[in-house]
Write a protein that binds this ligand. Structure first.
Ligand SMILES: C[S@@+](CC[C@H](N)C(=O)[O-])C[C@H]1O[C@@H](n2cnc3c(N)ncnc32)[C@H](O)[C@@H]1O
Length: 216
């Protein structure tokens, strides 16, 4: 479903909708519980990933960055498509870096994949490096989403594509929150300078996933 919403000033996903309690582990998995959560994400998020990744139209020579790779399963999926390209990932959780490194060991050894500990607001790559950047269920944790999206734009080549997807998972998240989240993603990508910004929405259980796309 397309949503050509008119652009108005950027809005923030309110803090009250941020995951709390054990769910806050999803923002920066740590310790044994964090490791278990990583494996759970790898098992449970397949449908969401296989809805988002085709929208990036990844080709075998592509140079792709994932921001917030978690378990590293999507890094593996993308590197199995971009077989003659380069796939990088940045995540601020040491536990996720360790788990994702295990999931991608062979591709890392052959230097087709590179995973780094780092923050979305300060990506360790030079300007115009990637032609695709994506992030799935991470944007809800960004305190200053426009700054992160500007940083994403910096590392993209002109004409490069960004996809930022969120399936709200806070307690009791409903369709209205998914709609608001989609609107904030679109407005923030536009505020960060992306062109051709659009929103895609996929009905899923327990709540829809929204994905905003834009071009540098
Ligand atoms: C809910 S998990 C999603 C993981 C994966 N993208 C997926 O869909 O299964 C969020 C991930 O983003 C990482 N993350 C959250 N905020 C981040 C930030 N500002 N910079 C880097 N990584 C971040 C967390 O450490 C965690 O691994």
């Amino acid at each position: 479903m397309k949503n050509g919403a008119a652009l108005s000033p950027a809005i923030q996903v309110p803090a009250s909708r941020m995951p709390t309690g054990w769910r806050s582990q999803f923002g920066k998995p740590s310790g044994v519980l964090g490791g278990l959560i990583g494996h759970l994400m790898a098992l449970k998020n397949k449908d969401r990933s296989w809805w988002v990744l085709p929208m990036l139209e990844i080709h075998q020579n592509d140079c792709v960055l994932e921001v917030g790779f978690g378990s590293g399963i999507d890094i593996r999926r993308v590197s199995e498509i971009a077989v003659d390209g380069f796939v990088a990932g940045v995540d601020h959780s040491p536990v996720m870096l360790e788990q994702a490194t295990r999931r991608n060991r062979a591709a890392i050894q052959s230097e087709r994949v590179e995973l780094q500990l780092g923050c979305a607001s300060q990506l360790p790559y030079q300007d115009d490096f990637f032609n695709k950047v994506f992030s799935i269920n991470v944007a809800q944790f960004w305190n200053d989403p426009v700054t992160v999206m500007r940083e994403t734009r910096r590392v993209l080549r002109p004409g490069g594509l960004v996809a930022v997807a969120v399936q709200p998972r806070s307690k009791g998240a409903k369709e209205g929150i998914a709609r608001l989240t989609g609107r904030s993603l679109v407005e923030n990508l536009s505020a960060a300078g992306f062109n051709e910004v659009r929103l895609e929405v996929k009905r899923m259980k327990p709540v829809s996933t929204v994905c905003a796309l834009g071009v540098k």
